[in-house]
Ligand binder design. Structure first.
Ligand SMILES: Nc1ncnc2c1ncn2[C@@H]1O[C@H](COP(=O)(O)OP(=O)(O)OP(=O)(O)O)[C@@H](O)[C@H]1O
Length: 229
């Protein structure tokens, strides 16, 4: 589980100090689905970067299972990200010269997984997102929704406990958006993942068990006893 205490992040821009997060307290239990919403510039991406150990807070602590991520060395952070955190981005971030299969396998390379096992696990991850037949295709030969499925398979293949998604449907048309949301929600339910997602998609926000709103770096939380089913 995550426990954030007094997390503040300020950026230094020219002569100005930009407060991106202000005194954020937040607990995310294992298996939670937390949706983060809010106006542009509210601090959503910054919060996700803190949870992913992609950047460090200016003050405050970010504990993941009792370890303060903000105080880990760069090497330990890299290992933590590689082993335990799956990332999904709006822009898919696939390598254009690699096939879907190879893109998924890249997630296992830093973990020292042997080639045969890498292949088998990537194949199975692609099957789990409905892309088993497209494993040999390059990203340019796939639709936006299919490319996002590859990116989701790449996040899943290392069997992380946590998935962090930053507007995963932001670049997709409406119909594809619904398909990808349904896929992500299904994976969350089936695998017991901890799932934190920034999204403007109001239908998922309505269904989300927990909704955080970030405005000017300040967080407010809505918990729902009835949502999620
Ligand atoms: N690297 C940076 N340097 C300076 N300021 C930054 C940097 N990154 C973010 N900011 C500022 O921090 C604030 C929060 O940005 P953040 O990207 O977290 O917001 P957001 O809610 O994700 O916005 P959006 O919905 O537009 O993606 C904004 O005022 C932004 O301009």
């Amino acid at each position: 589980m995550y426990r954030l205490t007094g997390v503040t992040k300020t950026y230094q821009a020219k002569n100005r100090t930009v407060p991106a997060l202000q005194d954020v307290d937040l607990t995310i239990e294992d298996g939670d689905l937390l949706v983060i919403q809010g106006p542009t510039g509210g601090g959503k991406s910054t919060l996700l970067q803190m949870l992913g150990g992609l950047d460090r807070p200016t003050s405050g602590s970010i504990e993941l299972d009792g370890v303060d991520v903000a105080r880990l060395s760069e090497a330990k952070l890299t290992r933590l990200r590689a082993e335990r955190l799956g990332f999904v981005f709006q822009s898919f971030n696939l390598l254009p010269t690699l096939s879907a299969q190879e893109n998924v396998e890249t997630a296992l390379a830093p973990l020292g997984v042997r080639a045969a096992e890498r292949r088998a696990r990537a194949t199975s991850a692609l099957e789990s997102v409905g892309l088993g037949e497209r494993a040999g295709h390059l990203p340019s030969e796939l639709s936006g929704g299919q490319q996002q499925r590859v990116a989701i398979a790449r996040a899943l293949v290392k069997e992380p406990r946590v998935i962090l998604a930053d507007e995963p449907t932001g670049n997709l048309d409406e119909e594809t958006r619904d398909d990808i949301m349904a896929l992500l929600e299904g994976l969350w339910k089936d695998r017991g993942l901890t799932f934190v997602m920034v999204t403007h998609d109001s239908s998922i926000a309505r269904r989300a068990p927990r909704l955080a709103t970030l405005k000017k770096g300040r967080i407010s939380l809505r918990e729902s006893a009835t949502a999620g089913g």
